[in-house]
Write a protein that binds this ligand. Structure first.
Ligand code: AMP
Length: 196
């Protein structure tokens, strides 16, 4: 089912590099990858063959989707690169890697992950808050993994560290189907620009 009607063609996915996580997370990563492939989208991701990153990339390929991996030199030397990527971009460091992923993507999805995933998610959120882009951002909260993070976000809104008008910077989905429902109906909004 290539060429879905949505404007989204390139989906950036941030995800855990750990192979030790519970099966429920691997299942969600696999389902996400399958739908990316079924819809004819291109996966843009960190090029890892390990953890949920590897699961999602292999699942995209199982459904004949396209995979673009963006990896810094240092990590590519560790032999954890998903060599089957249709396009592999090797960058000098983490910063240009993130910039390339951001530029290439029409939307961002955070699967469960650790520090690396959080860092990438918070960077695209911050860039959107500052009006550098207006692309959809979805947090896939599988099995409550991000509950603590979302509580922290609430505290930021409640105590005025983050403007209430920025609640629509991101969407929280609890199912893979919910991710695509949001992406299919996404309309960029005019939120107050962050000035200080
Ligand atoms: P983490 O959530 O800490 O496991 O880090 C995963 C995220 O950081 C991914 O979305 C990647 O973009 C990046 N990353 C961390 N470790 C690696 C790795 N070994 N290979 C490729 N990308 C990685």
């Amino acid at each position: 089912m290539a060429g879905h009607a949505s404007a989204i063609q390139h989906l950036a996915v941030y995800a855990s590099s750990s192979d030790a996580v519970e099966p429920v997370f691997r299942e969600a990563a696999r389902e996400l990858g399958h739908l990316i492939g079924d819809r004819g989208y291109t996966l843009v991701y960190g090029a890892g063959s390990i953890g949920l990153m590897g699961v999602v990339a292999r699942a995209v390929h199982e459904r004949n989707g396209r995979v673009v991996g963006v990896i810094p030199e240092k990590l590519s030397a560790l032999e954890i690169t998903y060599e089957a990527s249709d396009e592999l971009i090797v960058t000098t460091g983490m910063r240009d890697r993130k910039a390339i992923m951001e530029a290439r993507a029409d939307a961002f999805v955070a699967l469960p992950g650790g520090f690396g995933t959080l860092e990438e998610l918070l960077e695209v959120l911050t860039l959107k808050q500052l009006d550098y882009h207006n692309k959809p951002i979805v947090i896939l909260n599988v099995d409550g993994l991000f509950d603590g993070l979302l509580r922290q976000f609430e505290t930021l809104f409640e105590r005025s560290f983050t403007h209430d008008g920025h609640r629509d910077l991101y969407h929280v989905a609890t199912t893979v189907a919910g991710v695509f429902e949001y992406l299919d109906t996404y309309t960029p909004s005019d939120r107050p620009r962050k000035v200080g």
